[in-house]
Design a protein around this ligand. Structure first.
Ligand code: SF4
Length: 311
């Protein structure tokens, strides 16, 4: 559906959003953070400056084309190879999408710019907003998220609280847990306190099930994640892993192309994306799926992660 498109990818199966058409709204890798668990690699431009990094009209042109070809998706999901609220055309993009389709719009964001009224006004146009919060205090925030010097966790939390009061749509807050970093009782109590202030509609717990930027990031086992969900309270859920089986033959055949490439030789994420002409976020979905099935593993050489298929 989004073959040959520069800014759209998928639709791909998403653990949180069903069948999701991805919109890449910031180029690699412009972000306010440089999270140790990021799947995309290191942030190359750490900034808080909003600019039109990708023109909304270029995305809308691709979307019109995909709709004319019969696009079916549960969500159009604005994300990117970095932080999408950094794009100053966000409000214009969502307004434009709403004019041409009824497919709901989801926004993936790290939430760090919600202290700004212009960012909140743009985000309020989406149907579902999915921000992140991985720490309950400055020290852990800096350890996990490596923020830009202008970003402080107090503003992240208070910005989301103000947004909650202004916004009638759904807020699904993701908390990413890393074994040994934000899993002690004190940290969980602080995260719980922040959640009670933010009042999201859902809290979705995640851990390092996909390849991460830094090696040595320890995932939690399902039992521990479930136990934290119980400690955090009723709105929490552990986000389930995607299953390609429910998403149709088109996606299965692309996943198979990734696997057959990895059977021939070990490949980096870049090799896969350029070899198959697919977006990195899409390639990561397939790799993640195969890693969970135990048919693909990864190793690092000279700072680059390579994937290979196990015979
Ligand atoms: S906020 Fe998202 S894109 Fe930015 S570094 Fe963290 S995980 Fe990566």
């Amino acid at each position: 559906m989004a073959e040959g498109k520069k800014y759209l990818y998928g639709p791909v199966p998403s653990r949180r959003l069903g069948l999701s058409l991805g919109v890449d709204f910031v180029p690699f890798k412009i972000c306010t953070l440089d999270c140790i668990y990021c799947q995309l690699g290191r942030t190359t431009q750490k900034t808080t400056e909003r600019a039109e990094y990708v023109p909304p009209e270029a995305i809308l042109a691709e979307l019109r084309e995909a709709l004319a070809q019969g696009l079916k998706a549960d969500f159009i999901t604005i994300g990117g190879s970095g932080e999408p609220t950094l794009n100053s055309g966000l409000g214009e993009l969502i307004d434009g999408i709403k004019k041409i389709t009824d497919i709901p719009v989801a926004l993936l964001t790290n939430g760090t710019l919600f202290y700004r009224p212009d960012v909140r006004a743009d985000c309020a146009k989406a149907d579902v907003v999915l921000p992140s919060l991985d720490a309950g205090d400055k020290r852990t925030f800096e350890e996990i998220n490596h923020p830009h010097e202008d970003i402080v966790i107090e503003n992240l939390i208070s910005g989301l609280c103000v947004f909650r009061n202004e916004y009638a749509g759904q807020i699904w807050l993701e908390v990413f847990f890393i074994e040994g970093i934000n899993t002690d009782a004190g940290q969980i109590a602080k995260i719980k306190d922040a959640i009670e202030k933010i009042q999201p509609d859902k809290v979705q717990l995640n851990t390092a099930v996909r390849p991460t930027t830094e090696t040595g990031i320890k995932r939690l086992n399902p039992e521990k994640l479930q136990s934290i969900a119980e400690q955090l309270g009723g709105k929490c859920e552990v986000v389930a892993d995607f299953s390609p089986g429910r998403c149709g033959k088109h996606i299965e055949s692309k996943a198979e192309s990734v696997l057959s490439m990895l059977k021939r030789r070990p490949c980096s994420l870049n090799d896969i994306c350029s070899g198959l002409g697919i977006h990195s976020n899409e390639a990561l979905k397939y790799i993640n799926h195969f890693q969970q099935q135990g048919v693909v593993n990864s190793s690092e050489r000279d700072g680059i992660v390579f994937f290979n298929a196990l015979s």
